[in-house]
Design a protein around this ligand. Sequence first.
Ligand code: SAH
Ligand code: SF4
Ligand code: F3S
Length: 436
Amino acid sequence: MRNCKTYMIRTYGCQMNELDSEIMTGQLHQKGLVEASSEAEADLILFNTCSIRDLAERKVLGKIGQLGRKRVKRPIIGVTGCMAMAKKDSLFKKVPHIDFILGTNNITDLSEVLDNLLDTGIKQVRIEDKFEDNLDYLIASRKNKLSAYVSIIRGCDKYCTYCVVPYTRGKEVSRPFASIKEEVTDLAAKGCKEITLLGQNVNSYGKDQPDWKIRFHDLIYELDKIDGIERIRFMTSHPVDITKDLMMAIRDVPSACEFIHFPIQAGSSRILKKMHRIYTLEEYLEKVDLLRKIVPNATLGTDIIVGFPTETDEEFEMTYNIFKQIDYSLAFLYTYSPRNGTPAKRWKDDVPEKVKEERLQKLYSLYEMQLNKQMQQLIGTSLEILVTGRNKNNYLTGKSRCFRKVVYQGDDSHIGTLQTVTVTGFHHQTLLASQA
Ligand code: SAH
Ligand code: SF4
Ligand code: F3S
């Protein structure tokens, strides 16, 4: 029987995967495994993978391939996450030294799968579409004690034509409020100050369970009441489901941070329709206007895909101009990558890679200029930051309510508390500050 006393988890992709890795870490700890000090020391290496773009998959496959070639004493290799769902057991053919595959709805089975593998030596696959409702969130082992991800809804029913997530994460399933409350109360008791409510589309919360009579904004009011939780964040939102009630919750609930990820994806209504984003540019802009009326100091984040099939130069210019107009404080910019199983994969990927890359670089340059301007404008203002530790230059470090990284000189007693500081300058994307 193979030895399995130490583990290493490699996490790719989004926050959902980060949280799932924390849950699986908890399960491995319960089994008595300890984290290996290096990859070479690990008896088990678990790859929690992402399929969102081709590059994400290639990175992991490259890494796993390397392990197979280089190691004399090869570790047990498990693959979980979205690539496990997208490729299923065809992964064994691609990379024969994978020992087990665990779907995104089967992470509770990790312990059993590992036992079976160790007992029999037979490769294991556990992949089901059905959401596991016995998932134990409380077992999660978190390195960050001050800030935690809390899952409130899993899956996605939006079926954007380019996106693999509805197929890798299944349909939307909201988590019962009592379970969320129990976890947040437990986190607060352990000293957690900030929670980020997680879902592919948090604003859909409760829609699959009309009898619960609880919607996303209600959650914010309720969780704010838990003693010790000083900040509530959430991600991600689909613009269609961002409601006026949510905007009012952000305005009225003290712990709700004034930042909304409001992913536009593209600036032309024709492309948005082809993406099945179910809003037009005008509808999107109306919502942004409403948000700015209700929460004037709100900052916005976005995701953008350039080079979607049939996107013309003029349509890209529309994306560029909207990006300029909205002045996002956080943006994730991507070139379109065709994904197997999605409707867009059947269309010709007709924007040449070179053009996609040029469009991306153009947007990046604009983004950089805008960030610089935003940073400049923050000089002299006060910001509330949650101090999380020290950086390597021994400065205290933390994040503002709107996700800005801030560093300043101060006492250790600030760590783990909210502090108000005055911005004095910036270096790249980090704000420099002094105690107010
Ligand atoms: N549920 C979230 C995001 C999930 S994926 C949302 O809807 O906001 C994160 C981002 O990856 C998406 O917003 C999109 O911009 C990008 N993305 C998804 N599929 C992609 C693809 N096939 N090619 C390029 N980017 C993609
Ligand atoms: Fe993907 Fe669209 Fe769902 Fe986001 S909302 S996860 S982009 S299908
Ligand atoms: Fe990637 Fe899956 Fe997240 S595809 S972005 S890890 S939901």
